[in-house]
Structure formats: structure tokens, C-alpha cells
Design a protein around this ligand. Structure first.
Ligand SMILES: Nc1ncnc2c1ncn2[C@@H]1O[C@H](COP(=O)(O)OP(=O)(O)OP(=O)(O)O)[C@@H](O)[C@H]1O
Length: 304
């Protein structure tokens, strides 16, 4: 879908994102200027401030460009959705998983090309207990992994920090009992990790399910049954590519609505790497919620 000319954009940069402070943006911004796009630049001090900046300017904006990682972009999901403003991503974080789901390679030049070209695509948003997310929400092991991933660890280790955090989290993983309602069908099981994906990628390029697309109107859930560390390690290549459905130690399903309860115990839920909710949890999807700028593929070429 080719949209009207973009004239006014707000660029929000998170200096705390891994590449946020030192990113070289001058050439890219000059290209936007040449293309007739006037850009106001804002260094974000926090989600509240950047969301408020968008709300205050919404009537005079054609585009919000967010320079940061998944945490930054996710913190603005609900405001972008409510203001019905298109989003462009400058991938300046560590994992940049939303950028991957959109088909961006991570190169800044390319991200500016995408803005100039102006190709748009509507994508879905995931919702957990009224909180919007782009990529994947977790219970169990995935939560412990993101607890290990402090901003300092990410700055120091880069994308490898996800692997480091995974091994640290393995040492304290515990099984839990979950009751699930998946589009009205009930399941009860023990698990060590549940992931509910709206987007395709999480944790620095792992695929939640090979069939998942960020515009398919569905959530993909996988749950890892209790297993030994060795079994879990042998599963790693399948988990990386989203092919875990082929292993019997994994429960896998796609749905529009998922409810999860964990008995009387409340369990933390992290989405896009941030703590956002706890069980009991209700997951759903808002199809075609948000317009984003994407590389100039046809819709059928979008990453599968
Ligand atoms: N809108 C925002 N403005 C300023 N700081 C933010 C904002 N949103 C989140 N933060 C803080 O900045 C930190 C880093 O941001 P972010 O998660 O985007 O980058 P990253 O951790 O390098 O990348 P990724 O999430 O892709 O691995 C977050 O952990 C959070 O503390």
C-alpha cells in the first residue's frame, strides 16, 4: 500500500538503547530532509515522556520514527495505536526483533531508505491483560532470561547477552502447572516455559513458530513440557528456527484468544523483554492494528 507523502515526522531516540547514544543519524536525517520530510528530534527520557510527546503533536504528524530496541518501541505501542499514527523503526537496540519481523536487516541506511520509499503495511498487536505488545510474551524460563538481561549486560555482551542470560536462567528454572483455554478449548499441563507470539521473532532472532506472521491475525503459543537440561539443549536448534512443533516435548497451538491461569500462584509475564502483567492472563490480538513502514516487498514477500 503506497500512502500519501510524509511531511512531518517525530523522531524519538532512546539514548539507553544499545546503539541509541552513539548512532550516526546526520546523513539519514539529511536524506529525509531532501525527500521533503521535516523531522523533529527528541531524546527520550522515558516511555511517559515520549508517549506524551506523540499525543501532544498527533494532529500535525504523519509519522513517528522510533530509534531504539524492542523495549522502546513496545513502550509506545498503545499510544501509537490510540493515535492511529504510522510507525517507522530505526533499529538501535540489542535484539531488534520487531525490525526483523518487518523484514529490516538492522542497517541504519536501509531503515532511512524505507522511510523515504514510504511503503506501508498493517500489522497486528498482541494484548495481554490490556497491555499491548509487538513480539512475544513469556511465562517461566523466558521471564527468567529477561530478568538476567540487565541494560549493563546487554551493553557489554550485545546479541550474545541473550545466550548468556539463557544459561544463567537454566540454573533456576522451575516447572509450573497451567490451565489454558485456547479459543475455548481447555488444556491442563505442566510447563517450564510458555511463549505467546504475535510477531515472529524474540530473544535476538529466535522464531516463535515457523508459521507465524505479524499480520496473520493470530497468536502462536508454545509450551515446553518439563525436561532435563540436556533435552532442552537438544531442542535448541528447533527453538531457534520455530520448528519446535515437531518435538513431542513441546505443546504448540495457534489461536485468537488464550487464557492462562496458574492456580493460586500469580506468575510474572514479560512481553517484548519487559515485565508487564501476571497470571491469570488473557491474551488476544488486534488484527491490522497499526501501520508500519516496511521494505519495498510485495505483501506476499514479507518474511514468513
Ligand atoms: N520510550 C523510552 N524512552 C527511554 N527509555 C526507555 C523507553 N522505553 C524503554 N526504555 C528503557 O531503555 C532500556 C533499553 O531500551 P531497549 O529495550 O529499547 O533497548 P535494548 O535493550 O538495547 O534492545 P532490545 O530490547 O531490542 O534488546 C529499557 O530496558 C528501558 O529501561
Amino acid at each position: 500500500m503506497k500512502a500519501p507523502q510524509i511531511r512531518n515526522a517525530l523522531l524519538i531516540i532512546n539514548p539507553k538503547a544499545r546503539q541509541g547514544a552513539e548512532a550516526q543519524l546526520d546523513d539519514g536525517l539529511a536524506r529525509l530532509e531532501q525527500a521533503g520530510i521535516s523531522v523533529e528530534r527528541l531524546a527520550s527520557q522515558g516511555p511517559e515522556q515520549s508517549c506524551q510527546a506523540v499525543r501532544e503533536r498527533k494532529d500535525n504528524l504523519d509519522l513517528v520514527i522510533v530509534g531504539g530496541g524492542d523495549g522502546t518501541i513496545s513502550s509506545m505501542a498503545s499510544t501509537l495505536y490510540q493515535c492511529d499514527l504510522p510507525l517507522a523503526v530505526l533499529p538501535l537496540g540489542t535484539a531488534n526483533d520487531l525490525a526483523r519481523s518487518l523484514g529490516l536487516t538492522g542497517a541504519l541506511d536501509e531503515a532511512f531508505d524505507v522511510i523515504v520509499a514510504g511503503q506501508r503495511q498493517r500489522i497486528d498487536l498482541g494484548v495481554v491483560n490490556k497491555h499491548y505488545f509487538f513480539n512475544v510474551a513469556h511465562l517461566g524460563l523466558g521471564v527468567q532470561v529477561s530478568e538476567e538481561l540487565t541494560d549493563e549486560v546487554k551493553k557489554h555482551w550485545g546479541v550474545l547477552s541473550y545466550l548468556k542470560a539463557f544459561f544463567a536462567a537454566l540454573a533456576r528454572v522451575k516447572q509450573f502447572k497451567a490451565n489454558m483455554s485456547v479459543d475455548g478449548v481447555h488444556y491442563r499441563q505442566r510447563s517450564i516455559q510458555m511463549a505467546i507470539g504475535n510477531g515472529r521473532y524474540y530473544g535476538g532472532g529466535n522464531v516463535v513458530d515457523e508459521k507465524t506472521r505479524i499480520d496473520d491475525g493470530k497468536l502462536s503459543l508454545y509450551s515446553l513440557r518439563p525436561q532435563t537440561v540436556w533435552e532442552l539443549l537438544t531442542l535448541a536448534p528447533l527453538l531457534r528456527d520455530g520448528r519446535q512443533r515437531y518435538n513431542k516435548r513441546v505443546f504448540n497451538v495457534q489461536a485468537e484468544r488464550i487464557e492462562i491461569t496458574t492456580g493460586r500462584k500469580h506468575m510474572a509475564i514479560h512481553a517484548d523483554g519487559e515485565p508487564v502483567a501476571q497470571t491469570p492472563a488473557h491474551f488476544s490480538v488486534v488484527p491490522q492494528a497499526l501501520e508500519v513502514l516496511v521494505p519495498a516487498f510485495t505483501e506476499t514477500d514479507l518474511p514468513e
